[in-house]
Design a protein. Structure first.
Length: 328
């Protein structure tokens, strides 16, 4: 990926902030409509901790970073350019000369490096950060023997000893799901909040042990797990742990635009509000992937990008028509 930015006054049709699968999928369709696209990426995709990805048709078991690299090669064949960097601010521009169609307005993206880039449209695909519970030994095993998605990693730990470390009421759904993959499931329920008798009955009826004591350490030779130690001194043997972190979208660089947001269900947090095409409350900005929906997996993110890309391309086409007809 290039580290040599173009001149500040060289505008693009579309800038994509985030080079994961959602951003690349959107960029591909914009580029195929014969538009100039720049992808700016910090090089830290959410699934970088995993050695393999699963549930991706035709690519099951492929290393996620290899998958992204192949996507970048494909985009480069359409003239898409790539730049290493982190966006820190986005502002509106009243006049943006130099693009196809001579756009009257646009977006400027400022990077931590101090460089700035201008475009007629912006696609935000910068992802989300998982902040795991502060349990010693947990973060070091993330993506290796500590997971969050049963459909992504459940098959690989089927019939093994699984512990579910609750962090919110959503964890109750997570542990109920995981019983499908193993009959050796324990639920560390402290972080889930109070469980009523109906919930406890459902779990116990399926043979899921409910443990109220907090986990204060994950044990074993990394990256494997041998056991967890609880606050009351127990050491319980496990092969894998499932949990959920606090989710923080990487969208702070948009704060100055005051875009509309929404609180997602189940206490997942505040995220950018978008329509079915990924369009935000700003007419020139779209957002796609985990930055707007932290529950989307790789195939869903690809599909979302494949919806957003044509929407952006269509916007550019219609803007060109409007400008040209106004001049006649």
């Amino acid at each position: 990926m290039s580290s040599q930015p173009r001149t500040k006054t060289d505008p693009w049709d579309t800038i994509v902030v985030g080079g994961g699968v959602a951003g690349l999928s959107a960029a591909l369709l914009v580029a195929r409509s014969r538009r100039r696209v720049l992808v700016i990426d910090s090089g830290a995709p959410r699934n970088r901790f995993a050695a393999h990805m699963h549930g991706v048709l035709g690519n099951d078991g492929k290393p996620p970073l290899d998958f992204v690299q192949q996507g970048r090669k494909e985009l480069a064949s359409y003239g898409v350019e790539f730049l290493s960097g982190s966006a820190i601010d986005v502002t509106e521009i009243a006049s943006l000369a130099g693009t196809v169609g001579e756009s009257d307005a646009g977006i400027e993206v400022k990077l931590a490096s101090g460089h700035s880039f201008r475009a007629r449209t912006l696609i935000v695909a910068s992802g989300v950060k998982d902040t795991l519970p502060a349990v010693p030994g947990l973060a070091e095993r993330w993506g290796k023997s500590v997971f969050h998605c049963p459909f992504c990693d459940g098959w690989e730990v089927a019939e093994q000893r699984i512990g579910v470390l609750a962090t919110s009421p959503v964890s109750l759904h997570q542990v109920e799901m995981l019983r499908q993959w193993s009959n050796q499931v324990n639920f560390f329920a402290f972080g889930a909040g109070p469980l009523d008798e109906a919930a406890l009955h459902r779990l116990r009826a399926r043979g899921i042990a409910v443990i109220d004591s907090e986990v204060n350490a994950v044990l074993g030779q990394e990256p494997a797990i041998s056991a967890v130690r609880t606050e009351d001194g127990q050491e319980i043997e496990f092969d894998a742990i499932f949990t959920m972190g606090t989710l923080t979208p990487h969208d702070g660089f948009l704060a100055g635009l005051d875009l509309e947001r929404e609180d997602l269900p189940f206490g997942l947090g505040s995220f950018l509000q978008v329509d079915a095409t990924g369009k935000t409350s700003h007419p020139r900005i779209w957002a796609v992937g985990n930055v707007v929906n932290p529950m989307t997996n790789v195939p869903q993110s690809i599909g979302a990008g494949a919806t957003t890309g044509p929407a952006v391309a269509g916007f550019l086409i219609q803007e060109d028509y409007a400008r040209i007809t106004a001049q006649q």
